[in-house]
Design a protein. Structure first.
Length: 194
């Protein structure tokens, strides 16, 4: 369950001294970056695969924003349910949108519509929204980095991205999601990452 997922991510990113770097070479795999296994591990192959497929693009987004890659992957994990709730196109293929980034009026790229939960006055409501669609996870991460760097409402997030609390609370204050418990949920994933 969730504890196995958190343990796997904690092992993969247990080295805080890496300053968000996930890997230095092209031969990276989730298993090669693990610290010694935690007691009672029970990690999930799905979580390991999720971390592995996003590691390289998250590093690039980290270099562009200064936000540690482990925070970026933590946010992608929250937004997509470790990839289980990743936004799909009408044919069932992936949109590569692991961040739940909506297609606003200024978006000229591909889109996909899907049912989502939005919070209005603290109450969840199901609604159909348009989301951005990408051709790859690299493209999604690049857009995520551009969104954070190019939008003044995220400037404080980037400035305080050196710790879990600053990043998670900053994302909520900036209005990244409508969930009133967004920061708490994000911290519950990222605090386990070391």
């Amino acid at each position: 369950g969730q504890s196995a997922a958190l343990n796997a991510l904690a092992r993969a990113y247990g080295n805080a001294q890496a300053n968000g770097q996930l890997a230095m070479g092209k031969g990276y795999s989730a298993n090669s970056a693990l610290t010694p296994p935690l007691k009672g591990d029970g990690s999930s192959p799905k979580v390991d695969a999720f971390v592995d497929k996003l590691a390289e693009p998250a590093q690039a987004a980290s270099a562009a924003t200064g936000i540690p890659a482990r925070f970026i992957i933590g946010q992608a994990a929250l937004e997509s349910g470790w990839g289980k709730s990743e936004i799909k196109k009408s044919d069932g293929s992936t949109s590569h949108n692991v961040f739940g980034i909506k297609a606003t009026r200024d978006w000229t790229g591909k889109t996909v519509s899907t049912v989502t939960t939005e919070y209005v006055n603290g109450k969840p409501q199901r609604t159909v929204e348009k989301f951005r669609a990408y051709d790859s996870y690299q493209e999604a991460m690049t857009d995520y980095a551009s969104l954070l760097k190019g939008n003044p409402r995220y400037a404080q997030v980037i400035n305080s991205a050196h710790d879990v609390n600053g990043f998670a609370n900053g994302m909520q204050r900036a209005g990244y999601a409508t969930d009133p418990h967004y920061a708490k949920k994000l911290m519950s994933i990222m605090q386990k990452m070391g």
